[in-house]
Design a protein around this ligand. Structure first.
Ligand code: GLU
Length: 427
C-alpha cells in the first residue's frame, strides 16, 4: 500500500483508462494548487503554551472556489489533507456544484482539550490561514471531530478579523448565525437517497436487508437513525472503541447514543461514552463488524478500513462509503471481482457538501429556505448524480467508483480545457 495520496492517483489513472482528457488537465489534477502548513500556539487552561500544527490545502479551483471541511484529529497529516482535498474536488464535480476541492486539518485529540482551549484553537486556525481563504476563494465546513459550534467560532473569528459579516466563509454553522436547515443531517440523508435509488434499481425490500454501520459520529449516527426509521434491520454499529451486535437487527440508534452521551456534561462538545456502554447487546471487535454477513455495510468513520488485507473477507453485497476513502483502490478491485457493489465516497457522502452549497447560496442571497426545500433539492442532486453514474456503470460494465471519477472528470476537464490548453497553442 502506498501513501494515501498515491492511492488517490490510482483512482484518477483508472478513470483515465476510459476517458480521454487533455494532457494539461491530467497534469493539473495530479498536484494540489496550494498547500499551507501553520503553527498554532495556544494558551492552555493551566497557563502553559502548546503549539499545534494545522494544514489547509486548496487542491483545484477550476470549477469554482475551493470547498471542504476541517478535521481535528491526532492522526492528521499533510498527505491525508491533500487526499481529502483531492476527493473534495471530485465530489463537488460528481454532484455538479460550482466548487473546487479543499480541505483542512489540525493534529490534535480534541477530546483532551477543554471547551475554552478548543475555542482558542479554532480561532487560532482562522487567524493563521486567514489570507488563504475567503467566501469566493476557499470555504470551510465541518469534518471529523469538528461540528457546528466550532464552525460558529471560526466564522465569528473571520468576521472579527475582516470587520465584516461574511457568513459565506464557513458552512455548517449554527442556524442562528446563518446555518442552513438540514445541514447537520445532510451527509447521511444524501447517502440515504443514493442507497434508496440503489435498493429500487435492484428491486430489494428494505425490511429484509441487514445493515452494519462503522462509525457513530454525525454521518454514522444519523444514517443509523434514518435507516431505523425506514425499517431496515440494523445489526451492528461501532465507534473507535468497539462495536455492538444484534443478530435480530433490533439496534436502536437513539438508545445507543443515549449511553454514549451519559458520560458527557450537558455542554459537552463530544459524546464521551462508547457504543459498548450499551450493555443490552453483544460486543464485537471493529474488524468483526466489517466482516459480518450483512446485505449492506456502511463505513462511516475514517479512510483505509477496507484494504487488500480484508477485502476478501467482506460478506456484504453492497458497501456505501459514507466516510472519505474507507475503501482502497486495491480493495475496490477485489470487491468488484467478487460482485460486491461499492458506492464510492465521492457520491455517497456528497450530501454534506451539497447542503453546504445551499447554505452558501442562502448566505449570499440573504434568503433562507425551509427544511422541505433543502431536502427536496438535496434529493434531486443526489438522485441525478446516482443515475448519471449508474448509466456509465451499465454502459461500460465497470465499477461505481471508476464511473464516478469518469463522470466528475468530464466536468472538471472541460472547465480546465475551457481556460486554454497546449492543444490550443498548437493550432
Ligand atoms: N467534510 C465534509 C466532506 O468531506 C463536508 C464538506 C463541506 O461541506 O464543505 O464532504
Amino acid at each position: 500500500m502506498g501513501s494515501l495520496f498515491e492511492d488517490t492517483q490510482k483512482l484518477l489513472d483508472n478513470a483515465l483508462k476510459h476517458i480521454k482528457i487533455s494532457g494539461d488537465a491530467k497534469t493539473i489534477l495530479t498536484n494540489p494548487k496550494e498547500s499551507l502548513e501553520v503553527s498554532l500556539p495556544i494558551r492552555m487552561d493551566d497557563g502553559t503554551l502548546k503549539v499545534f500544527t494545522g494544514y489547509r490545502v486548496r487542491y483545484n479551483e477550476s470549477m469554482g472556489p475551493t470547498k471542504g471541511g476541517v478535521r481535528f484529529h491526532p492522526g492528521v497529516t499533510l498527505d491525508e489533507v491533500k487526499s481529502l482535498a483531492f476527493w473534495m474536488t471530485f465530489k463537488t464535480a460528481v454532484v455538479g456544484i460550482p466548487y473546487g476541492g479543499g480541505k483542512g486539518g489540525v493534529i490534535v485529540d480534541p477530546k483532551k482539550l477543554s471547551k475554552h482551549e478548543l475555542e482558542r484553537l479554532s480561532r487560532a486556525y482562522i487567524e493563521a490561514i486567514y489570507d488563504f481563504i475567503g467566501p469566493d476563494k476557499d470555504i470551510l465546513a465541518p469534518d471529523v471531530y469538528t461540528n457546528e459550534i466550532i464552525m460558529g467560532w471560526m466564522a465569528d473569528q473571520y468576521n472579527k478579523i475582516s470587520r465584516t459579516l461574511t457568513p459565506g466563509i464557513v458552512t455548517g454553522k449554527p442556524i442562528s448565525t446563518g446555518g442552513s436547515q438540514g445541514r447537520g443531517e445532510a451527509t447521511a440523508r444524501g447517502g440515504f437517497y443514493v442507497l434508496d435509488e440503489l435498493v429500487k434499481k435492484n428491486r430489494l425490500d428494505p425490511k429484509k436487508l441487514k445493515v452494519a454501520i462503522q462509525g457513530f459520529g454525525n454521518a454514522g449516527f444519523t444514517m443509523a437513525k434514518i435507516l431505523y426509521e425506514e425499517g431496515y434491520n440494523l445489526v451492528a454499529v461501532s465507534d473507535s472503541k468497539g462495536a455492538v451486535y444484534s443478530a435480530d437487527g433490533q439496534l436502536c440508534p437513539e438508545c445507543i447514543m443515549e449511553y454514549k452521551r451519559k458520560n458527557g456534561g450537558v455542554d459537552a462538545i463530544y459524546a464521551d461514552g462508547r457504543v459498548c456502554d450499551d450493555t443490552c447487546h453483544e460486543h464485537i471487535a471493529n474488524e468483526e463488524l466489517l466482516e459480518l454477513d450483512v446485505d449492506i455495510l456502511i463505513p462511516a468513520a475514517l479512510e483505509n478500513q477496507i484494504t487488500e488485507m480484508n477485502a476478501d473477507k467482506i460478506k456484504a453485497k453492497y458497501i456505501i462509503s459514507l466516510a472519505n476513502g474507507p475503501v482502497t483502490p486495491e480493495a475496490n478491485e477485489i470487491l468488484f471481482k467478487k460482485g460486491i457493489t461499492v458506492i464510492p465516497d465521492i457520491l455517497a457522502n456528497a450530501g454534506g457538501v451539497t447542503v453546504s452549497y445551499f447554505e452558501w447560496v442562502q448566505n449570499r442571497a440573504g434568503n433562507y429556505w425551509k427544511l422541505e426545500k433543502v431536502n427536496s433539492k438535496l434529493k434531486e442532486y443526489m438522485v441525478n448524480a446516482f443515475h448519471d453514474i449508474a448509466s456509465i456503470v451499465d454502459k461500460n460494465k465497470i465499477d461505481f467508483t471508476t464511473a464516478a471519477y469518469i463522470h466528475a472528470l468530464k466536468r472538471i476537464s472541460s472547465a480546465i480545457e475551457s481556460k486554454g490548453t497546449c492543444e490550443y497553442f498548437r493550432k
